[in-house]
Design a protein around this ligand. Structure first.
Ligand code: GRF
Length: 217
């Protein structure tokens, strides 16, 4: 089954690129049918164009209010009939209507070991707290910000020499392996969203699947 996939992004798009690269290597059966951004200048949209994928910018400034802007986004998405929406650095909170329309078919990657550190500035907060571990989480998107059913995490140890930049680089290197892997599970029909938890190979994930940094890189 080749999943019709739309990626939503606001920035660099390195996760998007990792997904495209994995697909190009033949091991990920998805069909990227579009990349949509709230920022026309997002470098991630150039990655789509270079790969021959439809790049769509829907700027808030072109609409009179947030509601019509989201309606515009929903219409562009609907026209692509996606099986799955992949949020990859999309810096907007999906409204409840879209979450409902694509229930169980929207995934996000968040740079923290959720439920710790939802929201922004995770690297700074982890360092300020003196945490020993950091990482990233792939989860289903629901109305609750960064709190939908967790699927998988990559975990890295925080060393004394780490700063925000080194942590970000290590976490993102893990993300670039982890996210395509989760999409592979989806494309193989192994992953679904249950009422409370993600379901992988028929088993409820009361805890996400955790990969250590060394298992991914
Ligand atoms: C990723 O680190 C992801 O965890 C967060 O935003 C970042 C996006 O990076 N949600 P990129 O645009 O994929 O390079």
């Amino acid at each position: 089954m080749s999943l019709r996939t739309v990626v939503l992004l606001s920035g660099t798009g390195t996760n998007f690129q990792a997904i495209l690269d994995r697909r190009a290597s033949g091991s990920l059966a998805i069909e990227p049918v579009g990349a949509l951004s709230d920022r026309p200048g997002a470098p991630g949209l150039d990655r789509a164009r270079r790969a021959g994928i439809l790049a769509i910018a829907v700027s808030r400034g072109d609409f009179p209010d947030a509601r019509s802007w989201w309606d515009g986004i929903a219409a562009r998405l609907r026209a692509l009939s996606p099986d799955v929406l992949v949020l990859a650095g999309f810096m907007r909170i999906l409204p409840p209507g879209l979450c409902r329309e694509y229930r169980g078919r929207v995934v996000n990657i968040h740079p923290a070991l959720l439920p710790k550190y939802p929201g922004l500035d995770t690297y700074r907060r982890v360092l300020a707290a003196g945490d020993r571990w950091h990482g990233t989480t792939v989860h289903f998107v629901t109305d609750d910000l960064d709190a939908g059913p967790r699927i998988a995490q990559a975990r890295i140890s925080v060393g004394r020499g780490d700063d925000e930049d080194t942590l970000r680089a290590r976490v993102q290197a893990c993300e670039h392996v982890l996210y395509p892997r989760v999409l592979e599970w989806m494309s193989q029909g192994r992953l679904a969203m249950g009422a409370r938890h993600a379901i992988l190979d028929g088993s409820e994930l009361t805890e996400p699947i955790v990969f250590e940094e060394g298992q991914l890189l």
